[in-house]
Design a protein around this ligand. Structure first.
Ligand SMILES: NC(=O)c1ccc[n+]([C@@H]2O[C@H](COP(=O)([O-])OP(=O)(O)OC[C@H]3O[C@@H](n4cnc5c(N)ncnc54)[C@H](OP(=O)(O)O)[C@@H]3O)[C@@H](O)[C@H]2O)c1
Length: 288
C-alpha cells in the first residue's frame, strides 16, 4: 500500500493554507493536466475554465449551449490556452454515457472533474405542495447527473492512481436554509456522495473536495430580486477557490458564515429552528 495518498490527505489542510498564501508563486499542479468542468458556459464554471486554462491545463468544457461553449473555448484559445467543448445535457443518462465514452476515447483518464453545472430553486415548501417535480429536477441536475458522470470517469482515475473531483455545492448544506428544500437536499446528496467517494478511493489516489459557496454574482441568482443588493462573491473569486481546490485538494472549502450557521444548527438545533422559522416568515418567496 502506497503512503502517498494518505500523506497527501493528511497534509491537505496545511497545503491549502500554503497555496492560499503563496498563490501564484508556486508552480501549478494543473499544468499539463486534463480538467473537465461542467457548467462551463456561464458563471462560476466559465470563470473557472479561464482560471484553470491559465494554469496550463487542457480544459474540457461541458454544458448544453453549444454557442456559449464555443465562445468560452475561443476566449481560452485567444489567451494561448487549450480547451475542447462538449455539448451534453447532464440530466439525460444516455448523453452522459456518450460524453464519458467520448472523453475517455479522446483523452484517456481525466485528471480532475469539476461537478459545477447545477440549478437552484428558491421556493417555500408551503408553495410546493403540488410541485414534486421541483424536487425531481433539482435531483436530476444537481445529483443524478454529476453522480453518473463521476462514476463514468472514476475507473480510469483509479487505474492511473490519481484523480480529483470537485463538487460545487452551497453553504445551505450547513445552514439548511428555509425556501431551499429542493435545492439544498440535492446538493447535500452530492456533498455526502463526494465525501464517501473520497473515503473509499483515498488509497487509490483519488480525492474529493466539496466547495460550499455562499452567494456568487452569476446569472443563477439574477431572478431573485432580494439578492440584488446582498453581498455576493464575484465569479472570478469563486474560480480562484476552485483552482485552490484542484491544487491543494482539501476535503471542503467553506465560508465563515456557512461554518457558523452549521455549528448553530448542529449544537443549538431547537433555537436554530426558531430563528430560521422567524426569518422564513419575514423574507418573501420567489417566483422561481
Ligand atoms: N451563484 C450562486 O450564488 C451559487 C452559490 C452556491 C452554489 N452555486 C452553484 O454553482 C454552480 C454554478 O452555478 P452559477 O451560479 O455559475 O450559475 P449559472 O451561471 O446559471 O451556470 C449554470 C451552469 O450549469 C449549466 N447547466 C445547467 N443545467 C445543465 C444541464 N442540464 N446539463 C448541462 N449543463 C447544465 C449551464 O449551462 P447550459 O445552460 O449551457 O447548459 C451553466 O453553464 C451550480 O451548481 C450552483 O448550484 C451557485
Amino acid at each position: 500500500m502506497s503512503l502517498t495518498p494518505i500523506l497527501t490527505r493528511l497534509t491537505a489542510g496545511p497545503a491549502t493554507v500554503v497555496r492560499a498564501v503563496a498563490g501564484r508563486a508556486l508552480p501549478s499542479r494543473l499544468a499539463g493536466r486534463t480538467v473537465l468542468i461542467t457548467g462551463a458556459s456561464s458563471g462560476i464554471g466559465e470563470a473557472s475554465a479561464y482560471a484553470v486554462a491559465a494554469r496550463g491545463a487542457h480544459v474540457l468544457l461541458v454544458a448544453r449551449r453549444a454557442d456559449e461553449l464555443d465562445r468560452v473555448r475561443a476566449a481560452i484559445e485567444e489567451r494561448g490556452g487549450r480547451a475542447t467543448a462538449y455539448v451534453c445535457d447532464l440530466v439525460d443518462p444516455e448523453q452522459v454515457d456518450a460524453l464519458v465514452a467520448q472523453v475517455l476515447a479522446e483523452h484517456g483518464a481525466v485528471d480532475a472533474l469539476v461537478n459545477n453545472a447545477g440549478r437552484s430553486i428558491r421556493r417555500s415548501v408551503r408553495n410546493s405542495f403540488d410541485r414534486a417535480h421541483d424536487f425531481e429536477r433539482t435531483m436530476a441536475i444537481n445529483y443524478h447527473g454529476p453522480v453518473r458522470l463521476t462514476l463514468g470517469l472514476l475507473p480510469a482515475m483509479v487505474e492511473q492512481r490519481h484523480g480529483h473531483v470537485v463538487n460545487v455545492v452551497t453553504w445551505g448544506v450547513q445552514a439548511k436554509s428555509p425556501k431551499f428544500a429542493a435545492y439544498i437536499a440535492s446538493k447535500t446528496a452530492l456533498d455526502t456522495f463526494g465525501r464517501i467517494v473520497g473515503r473509499e478511493l483515498l488509497l487509490d489516489g483519488v480525492t474529493v473536495t466539496n466547495i460550499r459557496f455562499a452567494l456568487v454574482r452569476t446569472p443563477m441568482i439574477g431572478p431573485t430580486k432580494l439578492y440584488d443588493k446582498a453581498p455576493a462573491m464575484s465569479p472570478e473569486t469563486a474560480a480562484a477557490r476552485i483552482v485552490l481546490a484542484l491544487e491543494a485538494r482539501p476535503l471542503t472549502i467553506n465560508t465563515a458564515a456557512g461554518t457558523a450557521l452549521g455549528l448553530f444548527t448542529t449544537f443549538v438545533p431547537a433555537a436554530s429552528d426558531v430563528v430560521f422559522a422567524v426569518a422564513d416568515r419575514l423574507l418573501p418567496d420567489s417566483s422561481r
